[in-house]
Write a protein that binds this ligand. Structure first.
Ligand SMILES: [Zn+2]
Length: 292
């Protein structure tokens, strides 16, 4: 499942390769890939054709291309296996090609949405006054957004009766942090995933936020994480940040800080990876609100 850094890599690819190009023709090859566009594939194709694409934008894991000459956007859902590829027009079709966008220019490339499992897709949505597709208006800013409000986030953490990993994955509080980078940031911050957020001091929550940003920036610099050969960026190149993960996927391997075997625990239908020595579970007996 792509997380923020992977989606940002795709966004940069779109910015580089399709910005300002006018859509000449759209082919929807599988109805599931436009199921979030209720009016259907023919409507999707007709409404997109003739419009000029603006600069691709991202909030958290959501990616969209505003249409430069209208009040709506193409929202991309990468799902588990979705890829947006810019390919030469004469390149053979991918086996799981779902949507093709040809352009009204002589650059010789086209945009393809390829998705083996077809959990992802493309859809058209009206924009809010802030320029977001209306269906994602509730998504909070992500920590790499220059307008992310650190103080408000820290205050919200102290007020909420929740645990730290749940808070990091709450897209209405902070967007773009998924399971992988939550585990990485918590390992760096030496915090157990079940630690109550109300127990975090201001310096601890500031430190955690710093680690969230560091781990995401490191992943971005490496071109995103890839666990799945299906994930490639807009040019078809796999990310390779998985080589430098410290926590996620490292069950029974030694903690890179203290050597203790890392553990994996089931967590909300997923897994949490942590070092039992560096990331001590919260003391069950500690009264709520006591800062430790
Ligand atoms: Zn450790």
């Amino acid at each position: 499942m792509p997380e923020l850094p992977e989606v940002e890599v795709v966004r940069r690819g779109l910015e580089r390769w399709v910005d300002g190009r006018t859509v000449g023709e759209v082919e929807v090859l599988h109805p599931r890939a436009v199921r979030r566009h209720p009016a259907g594939g023919a409507d999707f194709a007709a409404r997109l054709t003739g419009h000029r694409l603006g600069t691709a934008r991202r909030r958290g894991k959501y990616l969209w291309i505003p249409l430069a000459d209208s009040g709506f956007s193409v929202l991309g859902h990468l799902g588990m296996s979705g890829q947006l590829l810019v390919q030469p027009e004469n390149a053979p079709d991918e086996k799981h090609l779902r949507i093709r966008v040809r352009f009204d220019d002589a650059l010789g490339t086209e945009l393809r949405f390829v998705d083996q499992r077809t959990f992802g897709g493309l859809s058209l949505h009206d924009n809010t006054p802030d320029g977001l597709p209306d269906v994602i208006a509730h998504i909070a800013r992500d920590p790499l957004d220059p307008e992310f409000d650190d103080a408000a986030f820290q205050a919200a953490l102290r007020l909420r009766r929740t645990t730290v990993k749940r808070a990091l994955l709450d897209q209405s509080l902070i967007s773009g942090v998924g399971n992988i980078y939550a585990d990485e940031a918590l390992w760096r911050a030496r915090l157990h995933y079940d630690r109550p957020t109300a127990s975090l001091t201001r310096p601890r929550s500031a430190e955690l936020l710093g680690h969230v940003r560091d781990v995401m920036n490191a992943a971005l610099a490496a071109g995103g994480t890839s666990f799945d050969s299906l994930y490639v960026n807009v040019n078809g190149e796999s990310g390779y940040f998985d080589r430098s993960l410290d926590a996620y996927g490292r069950e029974d391997e030694p903690c890179r800080r203290c050597g203790t075997p890392m553990r994996r625990r089931p967590w909300m239908n997923r897994s949490s990876y942590f070092c039992p020595r560096c990331q001590r579970p919260p003391r069950a007996a500690a009264p709520v609100g006591v800062r430790v």
